[in-house]
Design a protein around this ligand. Structure first.
Ligand code: IPM
Ligand code: MG
Length: 356
């Protein structure tokens, strides 16, 4: 198979982790006889520094011309403490999602057995947890009207959803539920918010097309509690942009670490595959970032965008094998991990490639 992949490392540890992600794609191409070509493009803080624009036109053009995108992270602490900054790295990410029509963000929460101890949650609560989140990605308060009024003394953001937006993400989630445990939880705040009442109405209507799927509706506060109380009860979850952002960071603890979680953003055109972790400037350049979320993002890319199931599974098996061999990056190590098993980014990548 011949495919063109765009690597967009972005900011912070994005560069370090996508380097390993790309090495893994290369190894897969070699092993399974595919031909992958690559290009690179800027986004976020590095793009602002180079061009003044967090998503330069050139990047967008390259994105549209590629078959899939392996993405790193965006963000820089200098903007986080400057609420008045007009140009921000995250604007690049949000514009990319909107421009490419990436309305469905899939975040699989799967716990590798070897990492049962890495989580702050008790192993007996976690064992066997396997959840697939569908986070809506191009609507909600992220894209609603926002403004400062009253001479700058008051501000508002608008939580807004249209029926078609809820319908299309709900269908994707129901389709996935049919291939899994046939259980779907829709998360909203319909006891308070009108946009959530619309959300629930639409999910209830779509549910009629999937009589085999057992559907439940939870308010977001209760869903947040149940996720930690009994993660094994969850199968597929569908929710809006903001609730999904918050719940998936929480759910990352079920997988041991944020450093293990991959995501796929799909919709109308080229799919984007990225870790759910951010740019992590506190560890940038130190060579200690966990590359496994980027590696698992590459696995999702092969599976979802190219339909290469066997190749994707080979990557997941290799991740499993390095963990079984006892290797850990700092974020997934614990006090019992021998010092010589705690690896940096590149060494973890090398161990993984050996097993591919
Ligand atoms: C994520 C991130 C982004 C989001 C930030 C960086 C804007 O937290 O992808 O989850 O809120 O969507
Ligand atoms: Mg987030």
């Amino acid at each position: 198979m011949k495919k063109h992949i765009l690597i967009v490392p972005g900011d912070g540890i994005g560069q370090e982790v996508t380097t390993v992600g790309k090495q893994v794609l290369d190894r897969i191409a070699e092993k399974f006889g595919h031909e992958f070509t690559y290009d690179e493009a800027l986004i976020g803080h590095v793009a602002i520094e180079a061009t003044g624009d967090p998503l330069p036109e050139e990047t967008l053009t390259k994105m549209r011309a590629s078959d899939a995108i392996l993405f790193g992270a965006v963000g820089h602490p200098k903007y986080d403490n400057d609420p008045s900054a007009k140009v921000r790295p995250e604007q690049g990410l949000l514009k990319m999602r909107k421009e490419l029509g990436l309305y469905a963000n899939l975040r699989p929460i799967k716990l590798f057995d070897e990492l049962l101890e890495a989580s702050s949650i008790k192993p007996e609560i976690l064992r066997g947890a396997d959840i697939l989140f569908f986070r809506e990605l191009t609507g909600d308060v992220y894209f609603g009207k926002r403004e400062r009024i009253d001479d700058g003394n008051t501000a508002y953001d608008t939580m807004i959803y249209s029926k078609y937006e809820v319908e299309r993400i709900a269908r994707k989630a129901f389709d996935a539920a049919m291939t899994r445990g046939k259980k779907l939880m829709s998360v909203d705040k319909a006891n308070v918010l009108e946009s959530s009442r619309l959300w629930r109405e639409v999910v209830q209507a779509v549910a009629k097309e999937y009589p085999e799927v057992e559907v439940s509706h939870q308010f977001v506060d209760s869903a947040a509690m149940l996720l930690i109380k009994n993660p094994r009860n969850f199968d597929v979850v569908v929710t809006g942009n903001l609730f999904g952002d918050i719940l998936t960071d929480e759910a990352s603890q079920i997988a041991g670490s944020m450093g293990m979680l991959a995501s796929a953003s799909i919709g109308d055109s080229t799919g984007v595959y990225e870790p759910i972790h951010g740019s992590a400037h506190d560890i940038t350049g130190k060579g200690v970032a966990n590359p496994l979320a980027s590696v698992l993002s590459a696995a999702l890319l092969l599976d979802i965008s190219f339909g290469l199931k066997e190749e994707s599974e080979a990557i997941i098996a290799a991740v499993d094998a390095v963990l079984k061999a006892g290797f850990r990056t700092r974020d997934i190590a614990n006090s019992e991990t021998p010092a010589d098993k705690i690896l940096g980014t590149d060494a973890m990548g090398a161990e993984l490639l050996k097993r591919l």
